[in-house]
Design a protein around this ligand. Structure first.
Ligand code: FES
Length: 139
């Protein structure tokens, strides 16, 4: 039996948004999906606690690509705390839902985003300046 994907899922799969890398990313998260072994990498650029840019790359299926694409749209412009509240279910719902057997694919984006935010926070704690976009002025 063929799986039913919504038009929104197909659109994000065919025209994924925010694919790529951010060279001077504030945080990078790489995760693997325990169910299928697929991989996701997410890059975030943070300024004043707000995600000003986000990009992803994945060795994942169409559902993973579509949900990651949508997730990047949803978190851009949010504060880190707001972004952490975006669940994989909220992303899937915003695409009109996923077939139940593909719900695990949407977890990749959520986990990669959380890992990228953690990476950013770890860098802050280590005293590094992950906001590489900021100019450091010596006076
Ligand atoms: Fe692995 Fe979808 S089957 S992410």
């Amino acid at each position: 039996m063929a799986m039913e994907y919504t038009e929104q899922v197909l659109d994000h799969f065919m025209n994924p948004r925010n694919v790529g890398e951010i060279e001077d990313a504030s945080g990078v998260g790489t995760v693997g999906n325990a169910k299928c072994g697929d991989i996701m990498k997410m890059y975030i650029k943070v300024e004043n606690d707000v995600i000003v840019d986000v990009k992803f790359k994945t060795f994942g299926c169409g559902a993973a690509i579509a949900t990651s694409s949508r997730a990047t749209e949803m978190v851009k412009g949010l504060t880190l705390d707001e972004a952490l509240k975006i669940t994989n279910k909220a992303v899937a719902d915003s695409l009109g839902g996923l077939p139940p057997v593909k719900m695990h694919c949407s977890v990749l984006a959520e986990e990669a985003l959380h890992a990228a935010i953690q990476d950013y926070k770890d860098k802050l704690e280590r005293g590094e300046n992950p906001d590489a976009g900021e100019e450091i002025k010596y006076v």
